[in-house]
Write a protein that binds this ligand. Structure first.
Ligand code: AMP
Length: 196
């Protein structure tokens, strides 16, 4: 029995925050390509140096890099029986990523069981980014980069969401609510299916 879910939504929608709450409770593992890339930047690796320029501009890093990172992370925990499945956070963002993810899961006899779309309006996102910029100092949390990231989101969500909508497993979450209420909405949808 496995369960794999994608947390989908614009930057600062709360995907990471919710993933960290949910993963503990359900025995899932969060795989965030953004976190993985930031770790590479922090370590000062060659990949990190290349990625930083793209990230700071708010653009997308190449499919090859993010798919490789996801494949490595899944492989690393394949024998860990405590992990019942994955929360994909910030991945997939392109059609190629979505297709590769399907292939990787298929190879393990698994699939994407659910996509949760966190919906937050742009004004609220910009306010959150301003707050996060002060608290965390992320170099892509600037007004200019955020504008590009929101434009990118509009472009890739128009491709990635329909990919899953035709499979009938996309659920909208009102991400404007306080953190605990968002968690409750997620659990209400997740709960029934994960126990099934
Ligand atoms: P995030 O933390 O998910 O907002 O990601 C921060 C930045 O990392 C993005 O703006 C992209 O530059 C890069 N990134 C993260 N995930 C992906 C992905 N799946 N595909 C391409 N670029 C990504």
């Amino acid at each position: 029995m496995s369960f794999n879910v994608i947390f989908f939504g614009p930057p600062a929608a709360g995907k990471g925050t919710q993933a960290k709450i949910i993963e503990e409770k359900y025995g899932l593992k969060q795989l965030s390509t953004g976190d993985m890339l930031r770790a590479q930047v922090a370590e000062g690796t060659e990949l990190g140096k290349q990625a930083k320029v793209i990230m700071d501009a708010g653009k997308l890093v190449s499919d090859e890099i993010v798919i490789g990172m996801i494949a490595d992370s899944m492989e690393r925990v394949k024998d860990n029986r405590r992990i019942k499945g994955f929360i994909f956070d910030g991945f997939p963002r392109t059609n190629a990523q979505a297709q590769s993810l399907d292939m990787m899961l298929k190879g393990r006899g698994q699939k994407i069981d659910m996509v949760l779309e966190l919906q937050v309006d742009d004004t609220a996102l910009l306010a959150r980014i301003e707050k996060r910029a002060k608290e965390e100092g992320r170099s892509d949390d600037t007004v200019a980069a955020m504008k590009t990231r929101l434009d990118q989101y509009r472009e890739y969500s128009a491709i990635v969401l329909p990919y899953y909508q035709i499979q009938g497993n996309v659920y909208a979450i009102d991400g404007m609510r306080p953190i605990d209420e968002v968690t409750m909405q997620i659990e209400a949808i997740l709960g029934e299916d994960i126990a099934a």
